[in-house]
Design a protein around this ligand. Structure first.
Ligand code: FAD
Length: 348
């Protein structure tokens, strides 16, 4: 039995902690916020990806589809199964056309059913409207079920505790699952600082009548999406361009001072900084009903991706043994967290 510290109480760190404890280790989970899943794991687009979203990266699509099974087994209570998942291809500016998307779905074994007309989408803007078979995650339910499993598996949880090199010095193994802060605790002897691309993102939450239980994604380029925000009846908007307030490639994120207080703080009502106008203007070209949407507030967090992958938009999950004592989880899609946890256990 080893003494293991897992740093980061997002879905990847929490799941790794649960699996390590089930494997018989003494596990301590450190999360600097006062609750679990407050950062990217609680603030995202809530899609349990099966692959539809990644027609330019068959690796990402394949790994999302494969991982989907184990995520559902572990976190079934947090998966929203019913609902309509509409995928559309933009007529102009898309990096993948209608035929290529349908071919990709066929090759990946992704069921897709073309729809003649979708009332919420402007037919002049899209060359394909189709329904796929996907699911969403309910962030509140996910937080509850993760906490319950952490307790059941015997993980010792340290909420509100920022781990430092000093905190970690007496553990046999340290698992870093800190996403936007992955480089902060990498020990010098491991010598493997990785550059990432950081994006300070806004997710507007809106009241949007008519789209209940429906998610719409316009592919494949600088477009938009709208998905249910758990079971609240509200929608979360995504926009490949306007969601990003600041971006940098480097060892750590550069967060504009005026946005820092809002990061990972849940729903900010009447945020003093918002791109809601841009979201509505560009989004309503595809979904006209967006023009009447009521802005309820916005969520802010940092997205961390590998740099220079714009061509494929790939989102790999990579578990790396950095040294005798350190393991790093770089996370791609949430559905991959159980498979990543199994990889961590195999490395312990
Ligand atoms: C805008 C956006 C939309 C997305 N949409 C989707 C989607 O629809 N579907 C999907 O599958 N994925 C999506 N993703 C990606 C997904 O959200 C992330 O890959 C995933 O949530 C990251 O999980 P994590 O556990 O690695 O990181 P996080 O959830 O960010 O957790 C890391 C934790 O580490 C903690 N921490 C950092 N440093 C320390 C320290 N020193 N001590 C203690 N704690 C520390 C932080 O407080 C944080 O809670 C999206 C991401 C973003 C940002």
């Amino acid at each position: 039995m080893k003494r293991i510290a897992v740093v980061g109480g997002g879905i990847f760190g929490s799941t790794a902690a649960i699996y390590a404890a089930r494997a018989g280790h003494e596990v301590h989970l450190f999360e600097k916020e006062s609750d679990l899943l407050q950062a990217a794991s609680g603030i995202n687009q809530y899609r349990l990806h099966r692959g539809y979203h990644y027609p330019r990266s068959s690796d990402t699509a394949r790994s999302a589809k494969n991982a989907d099974v184990s995520f559902r087994e572990e976190y079934r209570e947090a998966v929203i199964e019913d609902g309509r998942h509409i995928y559309a291809i933009a007529k102009e500016g898309s990096m993948v056309d209608r035929e290529a998307f349908l071919k990709f779905c066929g090759e990946q074994g992704l069921h897709i059913r073309e729809i003649a007309a979708e009332p919420y989408l402007n037919p002049d803007m899209v060359s394909l409207v189709a329904e796929g078979e996907e699911s969403w995650m309910d962030p509140e339910a996910l937080r509850r079920v993760v906490l319950q499993k952490i307790r059941e598996s015997g993980v010792q949880i340290h909420l509100g505790e920022r781990a430092t090199t000093e905190t970690l010095k007496d553990f046999d193994t340290v698992v870093l699952a800190t996403y936007a802060r992955l480089n902060e605790l990498v020990p010098p002897e491991a010598g493997v600082i990785q550059e990432y691309q950081y994006e300070v993102c806004e997710k507007p939450v809106v009241r949007l009548s008519g789209l209940e239980n429906t998610g719409i994604v316009v592919l494949d380029g600088p477009f938009m999406c709208a998905d249910p925000w758990g079971k609240t009846g509200l929608h979360v908007l995504g926009n490949v361009v306007h969601a990003i307030h600041a971006t940098n490639v480097g060892r750590s994120p550069i967060v504009p001072e005026n946005l820092a207080p809002f990061l990972d703080r849940g729903l900010i009502k009447n945020p003093p900084i918002t791109k809601i106008k841009e979201f509505i203007e560009s989004g309503s070209r595809f979904i006209p009903a967006l023009a009447q949407a009521e802005h309820v507030g916005s969520l802010f967090t940092i997205r961390t991706v590998l740099p220079r992958l714009e061509k494929t938009d790939a989102r790999p999950t990579i578990v790396t043994k950095l040294s005798d004592r350190y393991i790093r989880i770089f996370s791609g899609k949430i559905g991959n967290c159980v498979e990543a946890a199994k990889e961590v256990v195999a490395l312990l």
